[in-house]
Design a protein around this ligand. Structure first.
Ligand code: ATP
Length: 274
């Protein structure tokens, strides 16, 4: 098949995929979500949907609110207006007094990994992994320790169970952070620039872990400045700017022939096309 036929076929598939979630259920739905920091409106009545088998890559200019979007979805930031549904049920909403209400049982179905690992330096790897499941979610200690061993094993880190974060490389710390986020068996994993602070060979190591999770059909939302990795892992891509979703489509389409001028300008700059 030549390139043009390829693109046409992808377009047709894409059109089918976007007709009201045909083929798979919605997992996340932002409905008119507004988020302000003082006078800065970072999300402006934003609508965004993600299906349960998607790996959605979020791209956009610096300061466009990519991290904020993930933090809102993780329940780490209140919102000003709108609501978020998860698995077709209300998850985040705003009450009549303007306070954000978050369903905590649903929140435990979302795991997040940050750029700077956020491991506690005074706790061992095992301590880092079991702290929240035991103290916050009431998991029994021996079950938590068994799970920690299992997830560390899957990420090739079993032998570091008793190490402290200070003795680990950046890539190892990030693997522990990913294993920790998997402890509560989330339905969705959020990755916020998780390779930005790593040396190149460690970037490949973490990208492999993420690609392995993708193969296991883990739903993911990924913020990354690495457009090549974005294209590789994404089933869907979204470009946000000015508090809105500017364009959402199949990554092949977005990276080859985006429709919107703002997306084109941004990709031209970051991919050095011209
Ligand atoms: N806690 C905060 N208090 C005040 N303003 C904030 C806060 N967090 C983010 N902002 C502002 O919100 C806007 C969006 O920030 P955010 O970090 O979400 O953008 P981003 O797209 O992830 O940026 P980058 O690509 O540079 O990481 C920025 O103008 C930022 O300064």
């Amino acid at each position: 098949m030549n390139t043009e036929e390829n693109i046409n076929e992808q377009k047709a598939e894409n059109a089918i995929k976007h007709q009201g979630f045909l083929g798979s259920k919605p997992l996340v739905e932002f409905k008119g979500v507004t988020k302000r920091f003082g006078d800065t409106c970072v999300m402006d009545e934003m609508d965004l949907q993600m299906r349960e088998d998607d790996r959605l890559v979020i791209i956009g200019p610096s300061g466009s609110g990519k991290s904020t979007l993930l933090r809102v979805l993780m329940g780490l930031e209140p919102i000003d207006k709108g609501e978020i549904h998860f698995d077709s049920k209300p998850y985040v909403s705003v009450d009549s007094k303007g306070r954000t209400q978050t369903d905590l049982a649903t929140r435990s179905k979302v795991g997040m990994v940050f750029q700077h690992y956020t491991l506690f330096p005074h706790l061992s790897v095992l301590g880092n992994m079991t702290l929240s499941p035991v103290k916050v979610h009431g998991m029994g200690r021996s079950e938590a320790e068994d799970r920690a061993r299992e997830y560390l094993g899957r990420l090739g880190m079993e032998d570091k169970l008793n190490s402290y974060p200070g003795k680990l490389s950046g890539g190892q710390k990030q693997r522990v952070a990913i294993a920790r986020a998997l402890m509560l068996e989330p339905k969705l994993m959020l990755f916020d620039e998780v390779t930005s602070a790593l040396d190149p060979e460690m970037v490949a190591e973490i990208e492999k872990v993420m690609l392995d999770l993708a193969k296991q059909k883990m739903a993911m939302m990924i913020v990354t400045h690495d457009m090549y990795f974005a294209k590789k892992i994404a089933t869907e891509s979204v470009f946000i700017a000015g508090g809105k979703v500017v364009e959402k489509c199949d990554p092949e389409i977005m990276f080859n022939e985006p429709k919107e001028e703002r997306t084109k300008d941004f990709l031209n700059k970051v991919l050095h096309l011209k």
